[in-house]
Design a protein around this ligand. Structure first.
Ligand SMILES: Nc1ncnc2c1ncn2[C@@H]1O[C@H](COP(=O)(O)OP(=O)(O)OP(=O)(O)O)[C@@H](O)[C@H]1O
Ligand SMILES: [Mg+2]
Length: 360
């Protein structure tokens, strides 16, 4: 099984995040140009705080139990799932090669990939995959995306899914899942806009930079919602559980959301700095002089005032990405209140459920 997989049928999207497991099943309706997606199943199961740390599974039983729970709750029968990996042991990079045959490219990619890996580690420790983004006969070059991930990390994720009784048939990368989701909803407006897709989870932020429909840069930043939680615990002397409640706008341990808001805004400010630095790095590396729009997803996109603070600091429009914007919600099988509640937290799971291999 390659990192991109090789299966044709519709898969169940299973996002194993560090704070929760999210599952999504879509059905394709219509044909050809009028193809639509309908939401069949959507579920979430919270993980214990330290079950996954910095993208590494520490407690595989807890992760398998959460997967089993969410599959059972959603009564999901088809067990072929698409999962994804993210974090510092996953590298995604665009590389330009001279036009060459597929066999020559496979060999060149292996050489190029060696520069990815930390000293002393090589292809034996990493799974490697690649896909041609664009062939440019006019200048004799081709753009290729290379993906490498530590094999032991992939194996740990696969074994949890198997322990839960499901069959992983595709391993994707969070940034690609988000990009796939964006592409079904982006429509006409996207022409040559420079867009940052920013998925803010609990431990990581997955960033994709697009110019028009072309993605040029991917980066997982070790920054997530835990920063807000830690700050609230520190500033207000409250428990982790209370901090999580306050983040969601619910009073806890004698504190109100209004009272603790300055702590959240301080962290949003520092996130704006971090994101701004990475986007500046992208702009100087790729000689892109603009940024037109930022689209936020992930659970931490829900932090109060975060879009406004980012918008002010980066001086661009910042919106939340609605994963269900271009998906029909089947009210017979999914409660619309659940869909609203999970919202942008489901972005990776929905992106994975879309994934049809072949559209690399
Ligand atoms: N309504 C809300 N307001 C503020 N923060 C929220 C809200 N809902 C969820 N979060 C935060 O979002 C984070 C979880 O987001 P998400 O589910 O995208 O992360 P994950 O996929 O589990 O983690 P990661 O991808 O980083 O491993 C948590 O830090 C959680 O506190
Ligand atoms: Mg996540």
């Amino acid at each position: 099984m390659g990192l991109f997989g090789n299966k044709k049928k519709q898969l169940i999207g299973l996002d194993i995040g560090s704070s929760s497991v999210k599952i999504c099943e879509l059905q394709i309706t219509g044909k050809g140009g009028s193809q639509h997606y309908r939401l069949q199943k959507l579920g979430i199961a919270v993980l214990p705080f330290d079950a996954i740390v910095e993208g590494d599974i520490m407690d595989s039983n807890a992760v398998a139990t959460a997967i089993r729970q969410v599959l059972a709750e959603q009564k999901i029968k088809a067990r072929d799932v698409a999962i994804s990996v993210a974090g510092q042991q996953v590298m995604v990079k665009k590389v330009t090669f001279p036009l060459m045959s597929p066999a020559e490219l496979a060999e060149s990619v292996r050489w190029e990939a060696e520069s990815f890996f930390p000293a002393g580690q090589g292809l034996d420790a990493y799974a490697l995959d690649f896909a041609v983004l664009e062939e440019r006969p006019a200048d004799g070059n081709m753009d290729v995306v290379l993906v490498a991930c530590r094999k032991d990390k992939i194996e740990a994720y696969l074994s949890c899914v198997a322990m839960a009784g499901a069959k992983p048939v595709l391993v994707d990368v969070d940034v690609f899942a988000i990009q796939n989701l964006y592409e079904i909803g982006a429509g006409e407006g996207a022409r040559d806009e420079v867009v940052a897709l920013v998925n803010i989870g609990a431990q990581f932020t997955n960033l994709t930079m697009l110019v028009g429909r072309k993605s040029l840069f991917w980066r997982d930043i070790a920054w997530g919602g835990h920063r807000f939680t830690d700050k609230l615990m520190e500033d207000w002397g409250i428990s982790r559980e209370a901090a999580e409640q306050l983040k969601e706008g619910v009073s806890a341990e004698g504190r109100t959301p209004e009272e603790v808001e300055p702590s959240l805004s301080a962290i949003s400010d520092s996130f704006a700095d971090e994101l701004g630095r990475t986007i500046d790095f992208f702009r100087s590396s790729f000689k892109v002089d603009r940024l037109d729009r930022v689209l936020l997803s992930g659970g931490s996109a829900k932090v109060i005032h975060l879009p406004d603070i980012l918008g002010e600091r980066l001086r661009v429009p910042v919106d939340r990405l609605d994963p269900f914007q271009s998906v029909d919600v089947d009210e017979r099988s999914v409660d619309p209140a659940v869909v609203r509640d999970i919202g942008c937290t489901a972005a990776v799971a929905v992106g994975l459920a879309l994934r049809q291999v072949g559209d690399r």
